[in-house]
Design a protein around this ligand. Structure first.
Ligand code: AP5
Length: 191
């Protein structure tokens, strides 16, 4: 099964993708984590995207599409994958469909996790990495910018999936466990 998880910053995409990965043995592809790893390792790509990511703007479609093209070829994706953080623009959504069509792979479900803006700011204000550090882009001002970028650039791709009958909406304001159960039900895996 191949799944796209959509939703604003802090909606719980990463949290829910981890739960799905554990339960259904799907590869969790987080483009945010991929970029942060590049930044932590100081690679040329990491250096190139650092200021963009930390200011809450989007990295270019070209860079992101190349990353996804190579990541989805890895062996762990053969049993299915969860895309967390991709696609985020109309160009990325179109490029993904072309790429998957060329490879004869299909997306089984597109899940949108819906959470309101105040809840997002509150969640990200208290988020900490396991080492206790904060993400630079979790400062409230940057979170508000990320929400605006989501509205401007990602929300317009929702009709692309909705009109094709592919989008399933899940209430992300519930507990972690309830959101997970709602996603599993939306995927038809609760039977
Ligand atoms: P990315 O890392 O993907 O950030 P994001 O989409 O803004 O998502 P977050 O990781 O902040 O939140 P999430 O929805 O995963 O929520 P989480 O589970 O962590 O991207 C970062 C940056 O990289 C982008 O801004 C951009 O610069 C760049 N980038 C990445 N992909 C790109 C692309 N395709 N194109 C261009 N640029 C790209 O949960 C958040 C918090 O809430 C956690 O503390 C969690 O414990 C808590 N929480 C989760 N669920 C619940 C719940 N139900 N109840 C209470 N608390 C909850």
């Amino acid at each position: 099964m191949n799944i796209i998880l959509l939703g604003p910053p802090g909606a719980g995409k990463g949290t829910q993708a981890d739960l799905l990965e554990q339960e259904f043995k799907l590869a969790h592809i987080s483009t945010g984590d991929m970029l942060r790893n590049e930044m932590a390792e100081g690679t040329p790509l990491g250096l190139k995207v650092k200021s963009i990511v930390e200011s809450g703007q989007f990295v270019s479609d070209e860079v992101m599409i190349d990353l996804i093209k190579s990541r989805t070829l890895k062996a762990d994706c053969a049993q299915g994958f969860i895309l967390d953080g991709f696609p985020r623009t109309e160009s990325q959504a179109e490029a993904l469909d072309v790429m998957l069509q060329e490879r004869g792979v299909k997306i089984d479900a597109v899940i949108l996790i819906e959470v309101d803006a105040e809840q997002i700011v509150a969640r990200l204000a208290s988020r900490r990495a396991p080492d206790g550090s904060r993400r630079a882009d979790d400062e409230p001002e940057t979170v508000r910018r990320r929400i605006q970028v989501y509205k401007d650039q990602t929300a317009p791709i929702l009709p692309y999936y909705e009109n094709a009958g592919r989008l399933r909406r899940v209430d992300g304001m519930q507990s972690l466990e309830a959101v997970h159960a709602s996603i599993v039900a939306a995927l038809g895996l609760d039977k």
